[in-house]
Structure formats: structure tokens, C-alpha cells
Design a protein around this ligand. Structure first.
Ligand SMILES: [Zn+2]
Length: 321
């Protein structure tokens, strides 16, 4: 029995991570039920468990500038990422770092979950993990309780409907495996026809949204642009936060192949927020704008949630149940 506090962010991350116990090791950029690799385990658990922003690759988890550095194993908390090598180059193959995640304590001993290349996903004593790359914390508020505001709860509920491929910052396939771009939006899986709301006051216009040419709505306000892709516009011109601006459309067949086969229905809202000034939440600089993690902006209350939370499917959360 692992001691963890499911009432905290870290506890929620750990509780989610424990679903992966017993899976074999499989290096993959996709979350499948066949197996999982070390950094997918840590990043996926953070995403679905606590809606925190964490890079996808082990070495990027080590170098992330916004991660908090934990100095000692004795200070580690559930959700913290343990990094095995000083950097990728000093790993045995010289290419990939290796990470494990703190999930709690067994008999008072800090305990990790790791996807080991040889054994698959296993639980180990944290002190037996070769720790040369340090400990990183991606929890904004590790001791805080789960979010209470309606907006934060809605953003958290939506996270369960976002597969790894549709996430912010994830490299995305564009028809060919050789041509990948970072996805500067978050895809939120909802039923076709779901209402889409303006996340802030602004001017709504019909838009063809890059990179895949999706039909949609763009809402513009001083220094901020919100792209709502795969949407049929229903209101254009001046709009208020919370006003319905369109309905979600089933995307073009091309999109179907971009996502995990687990998602037979590819219908989703492509939700991107670009700012002229660097925002307080994690962002990618692209085409002259800072594209920020949109669900984090919802959580912080900076913008509103663009879809009705009731319309979000919970299928993803059940995948490993
Ligand atoms: Zn998208």
C-alpha cells in the first residue's frame, strides 16, 4: 500500500500514474494501452492527474526552466520527477535521459514509479534509483488542494479528454511522419455540435487556421488572439466573454490519422491563445506571437473556458481504468 494524499495535486498525479503499473516498456510518442516509456509516464500523469505543464521528453523535463529544483530525496513529494543522468549525452546510449516519478511512501520510504526499459512499469524505492540528473517539481502548488473555482474545475475536467497528440507543445504529424510541427494549441474532445464560447471580450472573425487549414473562429482583443478550430461560426463581430460564437464540427478526414486509434471519433475543438507579450504561463514563440498553454490560462482565470464542460467526453480517463 502506498501512502498518498489524493486531495492534493501531487497525490492526484500519483494516483493517475499508478494506473500504468504492469505495462511493458514501449518507446512511443503516443499513449497506447500496449506500453509506455519513462517520460510519457511522467508527463501523462501530470497532465491527466493535475493539469500541470510538463515537457514530453525526459531530457526536457530535466532542463525545463520553469521546473522547481528539489535538492534532496528526503524533500521530494508525490509528482516530483527524478532524473537519472546528468544529461542525454551521459546516458548509456548517449541519446535519451531516463526519468521516474515519486508516487508516495512505503513504510516511510520515498517510492518511485518508473517505466524501465528492461522490466516495464514498476514501483521502486527512490533511494535505489541512480539519481545524477536531480529532482524536478512541476506542481505549481504541491501542498494546495484541488482547484475550487468553476473555471479551474472545468479546465481540469477537460484535461481528461485531451490525448497526448492533441496537447500543447506536442510535436504533431502533418500527414507525413517526416514533417512535424509543435502543436501550439490544446485539442479538447467534445461531441459534434457542442457550443463554443468566446473566452474573452473581442472581435470574432471567420478564420482558416494553420497548420492544417481548419475552419474556425478567431477572437481578437488588445494584444490577444484566440483560435477556435474545427468550428462553424454562429456569431461574428463584437462578442463578449461567454457568448456563443460557433459549434464544433467534425474535422476533415486528414485529422483522423493524427490521433491515437483509441479515438474513433476525432471531433474536437482546437483551442489556441496567442499573445503579443510573453504571458505568465508556459508559451511557445511562433509567427511573431507567444502561444500559451490555453487550459492553464483558463485555470488561472485569465480567460474563460471555450466549451461547455458538460459536453466533454470522459473516454480518455477511462482508458487505463
Ligand atoms: Zn489541434
Amino acid at each position: 500500500m502506498i501512502g498518498l494524499d489524493a486531495g492534493t495535486y501531487g497525490g492526484a498525479v500519483a494516483a493517475y500514474a499508478l494506473r500504468f503499473v504492469g505495462l511493458r516498456y514501449l518507446q512511443s510518442e503516443e499513449l497506447t494501452s500496449d506500453g509506455i516509456d519513462c517520460s510519457t509516464l511522467t508527463s501523462q500523469s501530470h497532465w491527466a492527474g493535475a493539469l500541470e505543464v510538463i515537457p514530453f521528453r525526459a531530457e526536457a523535463q530535466r532542463t525545463a526552466e520553469y521546473a522547481f529544483v528539489v535538492r534532496d530525496t528526503a524533500d521530494a513529494l508525490p509528482g516530483d520527477v527524478f532524473v537519472q543522468h546528468q544529461d542525454s549525452a551521459s546516458s548509456p546510449g548517449g541519446r535519451h535521459n531516463h526519468v521516474g516519478m515519486m508516487v508516495g511512501w512505503v513504510g516511510g520510504e520515498p517510492t518511485l514509479l518508473e517505466a524501465s526499459e528492461r522490466v516495464g512499469v514498476r514501483i521502486i524505492n527512490a533511494r535505489s534509483f541512480e539519481l545524477n540528473g536531480g529532482i524536478r517539481r512541476f506542481l505549481a502548488d504541491p501542498c494546495g488542494l484541488m482547484p475550487r473555482t468553476a473555471v479551474a474545475r472545468a479546465a481540469l475536467a477537460m484535461a481528461g479528454g485531451v490525448p497526448k497528440f492533441g496537447r500543447f507543445g506536442m510535436r504533431q504529424y502533418l500527414g507525413s511522419a517526416c514533417n512535424r510541427v509543435p502543436h501550439r494549441a490544446t485539442d479538447i474532445y467534445v461531441a459534434s455540435g457542442s457550443k463554443v464560447y468566446a473566452p474573452f471580450d473581442g472581435r470574432a472573425e471567420h478564420a482558416v487556421i494553420d497548420p492544417d487549414g481548419a475552419q474556425g473562429v478567431r477572437v481578437i482583443a488588445n494584444g490577444r488572439t484566440c483560435e477556435l478550430g474545427h468550428v462553424e461560426p454562429t456569431a461574428l463581430g463584437s462578442v463578449r466573454r461567454g457568448q456563443v460564437v460557433g459549434r464544433v464540427l467534425c474535422p476533415a478526414p486528414l485529422v483522423d490519422i493524427l490521433y491515437s486509434p483509441a479515438y474513433s471519433d476525432p471531433t474536437h475543438l482546437h483551442f489556441a491563445v496567442g499573445c503579443s507579450a510573453r504571458p505568465s504561463v508556459r508559451a511557445i514563440h511562433c509567427d511573431g506571437l507567444w502561444w500559451s498553454e490555453p487550459l492553464a490560462m483558463c485555470r488561472e482565470g485569465i480567460i474563460g473556458v471555450p466549451v461547455d464542460q458538460e459536453s466533454v467526453r470522459g473516454a480518455f480517463a477511462d482508458e487505463f481504468a
